[in-house]
Design a protein around this ligand. Structure first.
Ligand code: ZN
Ligand code: ZN
Ligand code: ZN
Length: 133
């Protein structure tokens, strides 16, 4: 019957027991700093390696968002990001966020109103024409 190998008492640490309930790494931390130092272990804050992405919630080399893209699609999908993300209004010079059909709220409403006006205008014309003998 194989005896269960003693492991480090630190949660999630699979290392072999070294001394005082810790593995060598964790024992060294406690011996040196008087406590565990997971922040040192993790090292510097890592930024996602994707160009233009500055997220620091990284898993390995990618941030959570990009890691999910790779997990789901097997690659990065910037085109999807673009569709869902901050697409602006298509009116030149307008910096408002996209709302519908390529326009921001303001321009979308404006465009809709223009269309309604045009329809009303045409109805009036048709009416006027119908009244003529
Ligand atoms: Zn350990
Ligand atoms: Zn990223
Ligand atoms: Zn606009």
């Amino acid at each position: 019957m194989a005896r269960k190998l003693r492991k480090c008492s630190v949660r999630d640490c699979e290392n072999k027991h070294y001394a005082k309930g810790y593995c060598k790494k964790h024992y060294t931390q406690v011996a040196r700093h008087g406590r565990l130092t997971p922040e040192r272990e993790r090292g510097v804050v890592r930024v996602c390696i994707v160009e233009g992405c500055e997220r620091t919630d990284t898993i390995g080399q990618y941030c959570r968002k990009h890691a999910r893209q790779i997990r789901t699609h097997g690659r990065l999908t910037p085109e999807r990001e673009h569709q869902m993300g901050n697409v602006g209004c298509r009116v030149p010079g307008c910096t408002n966020r996209h709302r519908a059909k390529g326009y921001c709220v303001k321009h979308y409403n404006h465009m809709r109103w223009q269309r309604i006006k045009r329809t009303l205008q045409r109805m009036k014309e048709l009416e006027a024409r119908a009244k003529q003998p």
